[in-house]
Every structure is written in structure tokens, then in C-alpha cells.
Design a protein around this ligand. Structure first.
Ligand code: GMT
Length: 377
């Protein structure tokens, strides 16, 4: 098949969407396509450089005359340049707002009819979409795109109901790189973190935004800790971090809750973890669940958004209603006390990634769309 030149626009530093944009670009580059990232900085998970990947930095000067530097316009300007200079075949933008808007403007600036695929990751629809002013902007971004995808069926449905776009939306699930996330020997990680060999380890990984509902994680852990010897790893950093540190102190849990900060060795941390907790109030997909599953770690998660498409109750973990910290504790203690159930959940977690979220299948779905909008099928 023909080699495509793809412009990719994403938030280089933002959680799951940045990870998906990065991993997808790497997989496409491995397939022989030329991937051009047009971003403010190098996406954070880009540790491996590939000869088929190029970066085009968006520079913006902080002119004193502007209260807010016009990043979206600077981005549009850079996209337009790259469309022309690199003779791109298509653009893949992650997030309708602001990236699909910048892409539409760039097309106009470059006087180009280049195809645009927009992937919705959640926050623009589930949060911005509630703002009546921005709802029209999200709709504009979707309707100006040739194809829009959503990372879960729940997000697709919510977008159709809330934003009422004219264009159809397809669901393409997220994926992870199975060669990075797999069960590995934990080595001496438990000792390094000061965790006793027999302690159960619960893990939560996020960007510590309020939507992740970390107080519920701490409250659930307190109930679990009351019944069994356990440690809670809180991995990541973000706006709620210091407040959560204060809460852990106030609850008398400082000896059992470990704030690791942002870490690159997630497979190692997952290798010592028995259970993942994700108790968000909104979650379009929950990429971190897949990272855990791929390492054989089952999850307890809230029954909201796209989570039930990933966590199947009783199969690879358990679903709880948002705010029901007692249910989290009951399910966790049940899992810890039943070795057979635990083993079944772990095996099913691994199978979920292999069968439902297989990276090869999902990358092919995107590739097919790339050819379609480049007019090559
Ligand atoms: O959840 C975040 O804070 C970050 C955000 C992002 O842009 O990475 O996550 C969204 O996209 C991820 C990748 O598709 C999804 O796994 C997350 O569920 C989604 N977050 C929300 O819907 C809150």
C-alpha cells in the first residue's frame, strides 16, 4: 500500500490522549508511513525516535500586547506551513477543541482540500460541551472534519446526544503497546518502596485532576487497610496532589500511602500491584485500565462513561457506583481473600487486552480511515 504523509496534532503533555497519539504514530511509522507531529513540544512518551517521525514545533512569542498568547492561531499557521512544505496527505487531530478548529483554519490558510480525521477523547465533549458557547465550537470542529472517531461507544453516544453534529461518528477503541505493558519480574521494587512482601498493593495512576475523584480512592483504601495489611500507590502528579497529601495525613494513612510522583517505570510498578482503582466521575475510556490489564492487574472502577466497555463486572474486575467507597472495599477484600477468583480476574484482564483491545487490529482500523480520507480506497 502507498506510504502516507500524516500530520498529527495532539496535546504533547496530556495523559491518555497524548499516549494514544504517540503510540499510534509509532505504529504507523513502523508500517512505513511518514508521521509529522505539529505540537508545542515533543510528546512526553516519545522516548524512541523513529526515522519516519518528524517534529514541527509550534512557536509562539509572548507579545506584551496580548493578554493570552494566541496558541490556536500559531498552531493553524504552523499546520498550514507543514501541509504545503511536506505535501501532507491528511491530518489526524486529537480533540475537536481546539485542534480541529486550528486544522480547519489551517486548511483555509493553505488553500488546501486535505482530509481531516478528528479523534474525540472526552474532555472536550464531556466538559466543554456543557458550556453553551463552546458546544457550537465542538460541533463546528466535528462537522469541519471528514471523519470523527470517539474512543468509546459511550463517548460516541454522549457526543451525538449533546453536540448534535451533522456528521457521523465512529468508535475506535484505545490501545496500548503490548510490548511495553506486559507481566514482568518486579525485581526488588517492593523493597525499594518499603513495602512488606506480604502486603497487598493497590495502585491508582492519574493526572490528579478533580475528575479522578482521588478522595474516594483514599477513603476506600482506609476501609481496606482496616481489614488487611496493604499499601496504596498514588502515581502521577497534578492539581489535586498536595490536597491529597494533606488528606492522607489527616486520615492517619501516611505510613501506608505512597505518593510516587510521575514515573516512567509503570510496568514495574504494576508488576508489584494486586489491584488497580479508578473511581473517576467522568472517563471517556480510562486508558490506564488497559495498561494495568496488560500487566495482569484487575481493576475496581466506577460504572460511568466508557469504563464499562473496558471493565466487565466480575470478569476482569468489578464496577461500583460513583461514591460507593464501601462497595470498593467489599469487592477488594473479596478479591484478596479468594485466590481462585483473583487468578481468574488476572487471566481475563490479560485476555481483554489481547482480544478486545489488540493494538494491531485497532491500528489497522485507523489506517483504513487514513487511506479513505486520503482518497486511496
Ligand atoms: O483524563 C484526563 O485527565 C486526560 C484526558 C486526555 O486527554 O488524555 O483523558 C481522556 O482521554 C483518554 C485517552 O483517550 C481517555 O482514556 C480518558 O478517559 C479521557 N478522560 C476523560 O474522559 C476524563
Amino acid at each position: 500500500m502507498e506510504r502516507l504523509k500524516v500530520g498529527v496534532i495532539c496535546y504533547p503533555t496530556l495523559g491518555g490522549s497524548g499516549v494514544v497519539a504517540t503510540e499510534l504514530g509509532l505504529k504507523m511509522a513502523e508500517k512505513g508511513h511518514e508521521m509529522h507531529y505539529i505540537t508545542s513540544s515533543k510528546p512526553f512518551r516519545f522516548t524512541d525516535v523513529h526515522p519516519n517521525i518528524q517534529f514541527h514545533e509550534v512557536k509562539i512569542d509572548g507579545y506584551a500586547v496580548f493578554k493570552y498568547p494566541p496558541y490556536d492561531i500559531a498552531l493553524a499557521n504552523r499546520i498550514a506551513q507543514v501541509i504545503i512544505e511536506e505535501k501532507l496527505d491528511l491530518l489526524h487531530v486529537h480533540y475537536a477543541v481546539p485542534h480541529a478548529i486550528s486544522a480547519a483554519l489551517a486548511k483555509d490558510m493553505a488553500n488546501s482540500s486535505i482530509g481531516v480525521i478528528t479523534t474525540l477523547h472526552g474532555t472536550d465533549v464531556t466538559i466543554l460541551g456543557h458550556d453553551p458557547g463552546l458546544k457550537n465550537t465542538v460541533r463546528y470542529g466535528i462537522d469541519k472534519s471528514d471523519i470523527t472517531t470517539a474512543v468509546s461507544e459511550a463517548l460516541r453516544q454522549e457526543t451525538l446526544e449533546m453536540i448534535e453534529p451533522e456528521k457521523e461518528i465512529l468508535t475506535i477503541y484505545n490501545f496500548i503497546d503490548e510490548s511495553k505493558y506486559r507481566p514482568i519480574d518486579p525485581g526488588c521494587m517492593k523493597t525499594a518502596l518499603g513495602i512488606d512482601a506480604n502486603d497487598k498493593v493497590l495502585i491508582h495512576i492519574s493526572n490528579f485532576r478533580s475528575v479522578k475523584n482521588i478522595p474516594d480512592i483514599i477513603d476506600s483504601f482506609k476501609l481496606i487497610r482496616h481489614e488487611t495489611s496493604a499499601k496504596l500507590l498514588l502515581v502521577g502528579e497534578g492539581p489535586e496532589q498536595f490536597e491529597m497529601m494533606e488528606k492522607v495525613q489527616a486520615e492517619g494513612l501516611a505510613d501506608d500511602v505512597i505518593f510516587t510522583g510521575k514515573r516512567d517505570d509503570l510496568p514495574e510498578l504494576l508488576a508489584i500491584s494486586d489491584l488497580m482503582l479508578l473511581l473517576s466521575e467522568k472517563e471517556a475510556f480510562g486508558l490506564v485500565l488497559l495498561e494495568g490489564f496488560a500487566c495482569g492487574v484487575p481493576a475496581i472502577a466506577t460504572n460511568i462513561g466508557g469504563i464499562p466497555e473496558v471493565v466487565e463486572d466480575g470478569k476482569n474486575g468489578f464496577l461500583v457506583e460513583q461514591g460507593d467507597v464501601e462497595a470498593v472495599a467489599v469487592q477488594a477484600l473479596k478479591i484478596f481473600s479468594d485466590a481462585e477468583l483473583y487468578e481468574r480476574l488476572c487471566q481475563n484482564a490479560l485476555l481483554t487486552v489481547k482480544e478486545k483491545f489488540n493494538s494491531e487490529t485497532i491500528v489497522s482500523q485507523y489506517e483504513e480511515l487514513y487511506y479513505r480520507i486520503a482518497g486511496l480506497t
